[in-house]
Design a protein. Structure first.
Length: 343
């Protein structure tokens, strides 16, 4: 079988270990493995190159993706020609299967292409950890580690200056990144996209803390938090229609509000793409490798339209269609239970 592998959407640590897993298992299955460059853009433009054992055997520790990535969306209205090119190139290049690694966007495209007859399987990656039907996506653990390190550093300077520091982390419309980073850092408040912004509730808490002598503070805010000032601003969207959230200035807005309402000098820091780079953690390396192996096995079995997933400690196959149907966001009960930490 001739099998194409691509990585699409925002990159994250773990993509290289996953590519390695697919290739290594694919070799056992006798596949001819082809790297499609730059996500779906590579299929649209026919940019491919063979993937050998030598190319992948020593990439397990590397961040990014050796295949490159893009946010090309052949299903975007107006991109009909791209869609035709995808289908034509998949045939012309002789692909018997395509293994797509991505989040809701890239795998959403894979799912739609599968419905149009393309033999596709999915592997879930995203630092946002917001794909449904899988407990974790690789990239998340590494990115949270980076965010946590930043939070710990901000705590040091917040303490020295008796200030409040607001850290904005990525994660788009799911608050997993902010939640895990905030719990891990012992933050004084965590702002999630799933919870309506209540500045007064947060500031009353910050005032109470000062009254009992804690002079400094650390807030972790998700980039996806709805803020009033964002409503009227010009917004930029990507090829999948997602608003570029960092342009809304969540951390800066929150910091100004705290200063006004609590009367404490407050600074903000936006972590941005720093979270997407670096060597994957062992959790991400192992998860990505196991998912990659499963992806190759799904191709071998002819289980197309499926996504490899982790549920509990087991690697399983789920329907791609279902996995991309709804985002996995932070349940409100989980938020309610961790509010006990804000004392
Ligand atoms: O989906 C991953 C992610 O890092 C989000 O957390 C973030 O909002 C977005 O990608 C940023 O996208 P880009 O790299 O296109 O700026």
């Amino acid at each position: 079988m001739r099998v194409g592998i691509l990585t699409g959407g925002g990159d994250c640590p773990g993509l290289n270990p996953a590519i390695r897993g697919v290739v290594m298992r694919g070799i056992d299955h006798g596949f001819e493995l082809i790297g499609i460059q730059l996500g779906w853009k590579g299929l649209v433009e026919g940019i491919v190159a063979p993937l050998s054992l030598e190319q992948v055997e020593d990439i397990i520790y590397q961040g990014g993706t050796i295949l490159g990535s893009s946010r090309t969306n052949p299903f975007k209205p107006g991109n009909e020609r791209q869609l035709e090119a995808c289908l034509e190139n998949a045939k012309a290049l002789g692909f018997d299967a395509i293994v797509a690694m991505g989040g809701e966007d890239t795998l959403g495209v894979a799912s739609k292409l599968f419905k149009l007859g393309m033999p596709a399987v999915g592997i879930p990656k995203t630092m946002d950890n917001d794909l449904d039907y899988t407990d974790y996506t690789f990239g998340f653990d590494t990115a949270v580690g980076v965010a946590l390190d930043a939070a710990d550093r901000l705590r040091d300077t917040a303490k020295s200056h008796r200030r409040i520091l607001v850290l904005e982390v990525m994660g788009r419309h799911a608050g997993w990144m902010a939640l895990y980073c905030g719990i891990g850092a012992g933050a004084d408040w965590i702002l999630l996209p799933e919870v309506a912004l209540d500045l007064e509730e947060m500031c009353a808490h910050l005032r109470r803390r000062r009254e009992r002598g804690k002079q400094w503070g650390l807030i972790v805010a998700s980039e996806g938090v709805e803020i009033p000032s964002a409503d009227t601003e010009d917004i930029t969207v990507d090829a999948f229609g997602h608003v570029i959230l960092r342009e809304r200035g969540v951390a800066e807005f929150i910091a100004k509000e705290i200063e006004k309402r609590v009367g404490v000098e407050t600074r903000s820091a936006v972590l941005g793409h720093v979270q997407r780079g670096g060597s994957p953690t062992v959790f991400d390396r192992v998860l990505a490798t196991r998912l990659g192996i499963k992806g190759a096995d799904l191709v071998k079995e002819g289980s197309f339209g499926k996504m490899a997933a982790i549920q509990g400690s087991q690697i399983v196959a789920v329907d791609l269609d279902q996995a991309v149907n709804e985002l996995k966001t932070v349940p409100i009960e989980l938020w309610e239970s961790i509010k006990t930490l804000f004392k």
